[in-house]
Design a protein around this ligand. Structure first.
Ligand SMILES: Nc1ncnc2c1ncn2[C@@H]1O[C@H](COP(=O)(O)OP(=O)(O)OP(=O)(O)O)[C@@H](O)[C@H]1O
Ligand SMILES: [Mg+2]
Length: 270
């Protein structure tokens, strides 16, 4: 499939999706299409529902209302076996690296390969070397997560996410907790992998530098609703007050600073 044909195809489609937790609306009537081959960024404040949206897209949780279609198939209507098959074509990096501390780098990356394939150990070792090279960590096979830096752990998570040659990779806060230079390295890696491996990337972040560095399209969510979707240029020039406040990091604006999820009353000792 050529890149052009690929772009025209919606690989993930959310229609009127809502999700409630303990009576609270966390995702509120969301409509989104993610196209094959693009890098789609979801930005928004802490607690706005970004990780939940990602979990809905990966089929980790099901919507309470509306439909989520993965590659044209409604996840509510397919069997769990079929969903597992679809999910094998995804890679995922988690908000808190989620490497197993008791396993070394090689064993961490081997997990999906051992779980989902019948490949011989020698082949698995070769694949791991290739993936580590792609993230610039060749030679780190024997290291344990506690022996490498946060940025390196994120890269190992990335190598694990691409172990099964996925069509789509979901990244939850890939640069959080990293200094701007290391964050920039991760951004470049995400972009390079998308292009080299023709991966569709869905990236959740509130790192404004990353947003504009990597996105083909950006959506901002606030309180579980999509505020706007557009190209980086559209978002930079947006007149929407939520977007302006978010990208400028301003305390004044329509985004409620005294949000219960960050307990600002306590922080400011009011
Ligand atoms: N399993 C759950 N049970 C109950 N509430 C949940 C659950 N998962 C998420 N929530 C709530 O949903 C809201 C959105 O959470 P979510 O993790 O999606 O936010 P986020 O945008 O990823 O935030 P952050 O930037 O801090 O990671 C929060 O108020 C959270 O407490
Ligand atoms: Mg989150």
């Amino acid at each position: 499939m050529s890149v052009k044909e690929c772009k025209a195809e919606s690989i993930i489609s959310l229609r009127n999706v809502s999700k409630f937790f303990q009576g609270k609306t966390v995702i509120d009537d969301v409509n989104l299409d993610i196209y094959c081959g693009e890098t789609f960024v979801i930005m928004g404040c802490s607690g706005s529902g970004k990780s939940t949206l990602l979990r809905l897209m990966t089929g980790a949780i099901r919507p309470d209302k509306g439909s989520v279609a993965l590659k044209g198939r409604d996840i509510a209507k397919i069997s769990s076996e079929e969903l597992d098959e679809v999910r094998k074509t995804f890679g995922m990096t988690f908000q808190y690296s989620a490497l197993l501390d008791s396993l070394n780098v090689e064993e961490n990356i081997a997990l999906p390969l051992r779980e989902h394939t019948q490949l011989a150990e020698e082949i698995i070792k070769i694949i791991i070397k290739m993936k580590l090279s792609l993230v610039g960590l060749r030679g780190y096979e024997e290291y344990y997560p506690s022996q490498i830096s946060g940025g390196m752990r994120k890269r190992v998570g990335l190598a694990r996410a691409i172990a099964l040659d996925p069509e789509i990779v979901f990244y939850d806060e890939p640069t959080s907790g990293l200094d701007p230079v290391v964050g920039g390295v991760i951004d470049k890696l995400i972009k390079d992998l998308s292009v080299k491996l023709m991966i569709t990337s869905v990236v959740v972040t509130h790192d404004m530098h990353s947003v504009f560095e990597i996105a083909d399209r950006i959506s901002m969510i606030h309180k579980g609703k999509v505020v706007e979707v557009g190209t980086p240029e559209d978002i930079r020039n947006s007149k929407n007050e939520y977007i302006r406040q978010f990208i400028n990091g301003s305390p004044s604006g329509p985004i409620d600073f005294f949000r219960e999820d960050i307990g600002m009353e306590d922080v400011l000792d009011l």
